[in-house]
Ligand binder design. Structure first.
Ligand code: FES
Length: 174
């Protein structure tokens, strides 16, 4: 077995090799870490909720109002006619509460007569809305949104599109 070469040239060669090896390993480690950091900015799964939501068969909705907590939505039914009003306060987004009126009122909403059975109030800063969503007091800057309802072609369920705001003359008749 030959003894290790301990001449000054051999020592310098080893030092150069170790320096280059260490530098290369450091660059590879930094590049790998950088790539992993960039990849973490791209989600594997989209958590965006779909804007179109099936709500159930129209028969599941009683006459009057039904609150859907997941969608933060009020569905109103009057016979075969439906409309949907958002429960999201237009001030800072708290969920408004519906309060039954002592006596139903008839109002003209979107140019058509409508029985208003409720009004809405916001527990956060006290905004109040009429039963058609019109803001009447408090810091809310605009009315509650109305959303388009439709009937699913495949199974007849009521469908709301939370990206499609409609005017207050919207009614769905099934
Ligand atoms: S969030 Fe409703 S009044 Fe402020």
């Amino acid at each position: 077995m030959t003894p290790p070469d301990t001449t000054p040239d051999a020592k310098k060669d080893r030092r150069d090799f170790l320096l280059k090896f260490g530098t290369g390993a450091g660059v590879v480690a930094l590049a790998t870490q950088g790539a992993a950091s960039l990849r973490s900015l791209v989600p594997n799964v989209s958590y965006d909720s779909p804007t179109t939501v099936k709500l159930g068969p129209p028969a599941d909705f009683p006459d009057g109002l039904k609150f859907l907590a997941d969608e933060r939505l009020f569905i109103f039914r009057d016979g075969n006619t439906f409309h949907a009003i958002s429960a999201v306060c237009t001030h800072l987004g708290c969920t408004v509460r519906a309060e039954a009126l002592p006596r139903a009122e008839t109002a003209t909403v979107g140019g058509q007569p409508m029985q208003l059975t409720h009004r809405f109030s916001c527990p956060c800063h006290g905004s109040k809305y009429k039963g058609d969503g019109t803001n009447v007091s408090g810091p809310a800057p605009k009315p509650l949104a109305w959303y388009r309802l439709s009937v699913a072609a495949d199974d007849g369920q009521l469908v709301v599109d939370l990206a499609d705001q409609v005017d207050r003359d919207f009614r769905l008749t099934v």
